[in-house]
Design a protein around this ligand. Structure first.
Ligand SMILES: Nc1ncnc2c1ncn2[C@@H]1O[C@H](COP(=O)(O)OP(=O)(O)O)[C@@H](O)[C@H]1O
Ligand SMILES: [Mg+2]
Length: 568
């Protein structure tokens, strides 16, 4: 069923439900006026009419609700998919501004509760206001003077609802933000569970969690007070209306020609007004809550800029890279992370970047797949500015192996062939070439083994080699190795090193490493300091120059081998 068809069917059914409502008091009038006199109409007609009425009403209600559920869930799925797609092509700034749990919350829970609340209450809004209209119409038909009194009281109920819902809306937004923060503490504790245990920081986390929980509790209480107040207040209004009507009716009854049946029917219909009015007054809460939740999802779609690439397309780059007077600043008021970078890497060349931690090596490499954007100057690949490259084509040119290897919760094969359909032979070849053959044979299900959440069952060296296998599989012309071996022990480093050498064959390579053994053989070595290039040359010429590189070499390590690792 198409969503528009479902909506129209649902609305039609609800219309029937609403019209059926005044039929009950309408049946009452002839019953009271004529039913108790002998032979005025066949007695079987009363139960038959009642049963018929409730069958039609019930059937319409059933069909209407099923149709609405169908339409909503289809809409929800569409919204979710749209949001997830936006995450995939969002400008990378998004990931610096929002954490994983906030995004997860928005996509998974907020949208769901939002849609459900909104649809449930919209349905009630539609059904109850139609019922209200039908009942009021019937009241007017019976006795318009009496009905005027009822009509006068309805706007005041509306005003009350509006004031209350405004307050609820504000509270709901605050509540969402507090829930996100609470979820973030849990996420953090799961990510850093080792550090937290080791440093006995549990109480700190617990205190943060508790204080956030308390904030949330206060907000929720405020919301509960606001929404609980609405119902008694509106019921009070209904009672006032009822008393007014009854008093006037009793006055009128002396000189009016209203029958007993007519009066009973009027009061019944009027009492039946209370239910829809009550529902309508309770609707403000869920509608505002639902709106606030959905709005958050829509904001994510609307306010997240997309990544913009260029038009230049090329399947296979030659691998000629030029940084031209390039400068990078992460934020306006931050110092320059890179400044006046002039560097050219020729196709097939291996260039090593060395320098102390924070000197800008990772930033320089991350510019290539446009994980970082530069502030001034230009960066060209094959003579075309990287900004003019069509993004999927640009990113196809690079294989990256860095220290933090992220593994998806899927099979080994899917992780190696990441983004492509795994070809068994090729996966096996790549794993073998990445020195993971022995590991593979130890797995019960081979390449179909699910490696689990971020591969916590694999050692650092194994994960590193998995990243190498992934890079081999990609067959990209340019290779970026960012401290791929610095966290490994000697044994795994030797195995990773071997695999890396295989990977580098015939490729343009940019290699960032702490250890000399890795870079001595590079065609050129670039020494960086505080975002600038300070020396360029090969191992021998730099030693002969007796400058910064030679000084590092004397310390037997390039840069600070023990420096904490940063993976920006
Ligand atoms: N995402 C980021 N936001 C702000 N500053 C950053 C970011 N990434 C890196 N930096 C800063 O840029 C400078 C260079 O960092 P980086 O390229 O990671 O150096 P290296 O890889 O040589 O250790 C550092 O001063 C670092 O603090
Ligand atoms: Mg780095």
């Amino acid at each position: 069923m198409h969503p528009p068809v479902a909506w129209v069917t649902a609305l039609f059914c609800l219309l029937i439900v609403a019209v059926a409502e005044p039929m009950v008091p309408a049946l009452l009038q002839p019953l009271l006026d004529k039913g108790f006199k002998q032979n005025s109409f066949p007695i079987w007609m009363v139960p038959a009419a009642l049963i018929g009425l409730y069958t039609i009403r019930g059937l319409s209600m059933f069909i209407g609700q099923v149709c609405i559920a169908k339409a909503t869930n289809q809409g929800l799925l569409k919204l979710r998919v749209a949001m997830f797609e936006r995450l995939q092509d969002a400008s990378l700034k998004l990931y610096r501004q929002q954490n994983a749990s906030t995004l997860g919350n928005t996509l998974v829970y907020e949208v769901q509760t939002g849609a459900q609340m909104l649809v449930g209450s919209c349905m009630s809004l539609f059904r109850d206001s139609l019922t209200l209209i039908a009942l009021i119409g019937y009241l007017l038909y019976l006795n318009w003077q009496l009905s005027l009194i009822v009509a006068l009281l309805i706007p005041s109920v509306g005003f009350l609802m509006k004031a209350m819902s405004k307050r609820l809306y504000g509270l709901t937004r605050q509540n969402q933000a507090a829930t996100d923060e609470l979820a973030y503490v849990v996420e953090e504790s799961a990510l850093a569970y080792r550090e937290i245990r080791l440093h006995a920081a549990q109480h700190l986390q617990a205190r943060r969690f508790e204080s956030l929980g308390r904030t949330l509790e206060r907000l929720t209480m405020k919301m509960a007070v606001a929404s609980s107040g609405i119902t008694p207040l509106t019921q009070l209004f209904a009672a006032i209306a009822l008393s007014a009507v009854i008093s006037v009716a009793l006055f009128q009854s002396q000189d009016s020609n209203m029958t007993v049946g007519g009066f009973a029917s009027f009061v019944t219909a009027m009492l039946m007004l209370v239910n829809p009015i009550k529902h309508l007054s309770e609707i403000a809460g869920p509608i505002t809550r639902g709106l606030a939740a959905l709005e958050r999802g829509l904001e994510l779609i609307e306010n997240t800029p997309q990544e913009v690439g260029g038009q230049y397309r090329s399947v296979h780059a030659r691998g000629h890279i030029q940084w031209e007077n390039l400068g990078v600043r992460y934020q306006e008021d931050h110092p320059w992370a890179l400044r006046e970078i002039h560097l050219e890497v020729l196709p097939g060349e291996t260039v090593a970047l060395v320098g102390s931690s924070g000197s800008g090596k990772t930033t320089l490499a991350n510019l290539l797949p446009r994980f970082v954007d530069w502030t001034e100057g230009d960066l060209k690949l094959d003579g075309v500015s990287v900004r003019d490259w069509y993004l999927p084509d640009l990113r196809r040119q690079f294989a990256m192996v860095s220290q933090n290897v992220v593994v998806l919760n899927d099979s080994l094969a899917v992780n190696v062939a990441l983004g492509q359909t795994p070809e068994t032979d090729k996966v096996l070849r790549c794993l073998e070439a990445a020195n993971l053959g022995d590991y593979l044979r130890s797995l019960p299900q081979g390449i179909d083994t699910v490696v689990g959440h971020n591969a916590s069952s694999m050692s650092g060296g194994q994960r590193q080699r998995l990243a190498i296998a992934r890079a081999l599989y990609k067959e990209a012309p340019i290779l970026i190795l960012d401290e791929a071996t610095s966290a490994l022990d000697n044994e795994s480093e030797r195995m990773v090193q071997e695999a890396l050498l295989r990977l580098q064959q015939g490729k343009t390579t940019l290699i960032i490493a702490h250890r000399l053994s890795t870079i001595e053989s590079a065609d050129r070595i670039v020494v960086m300091d505080s975002g600038r290039l300070i020396e360029i040359g090969n191992h021998a010429s730099l030693l002969a120059k007796n400058g910064a590189y030679a000084a590092m070499f004397k310390l037997k390590s390039v840069g600070h081998a023990q420096a904490p690792v940063d993976q920006h």
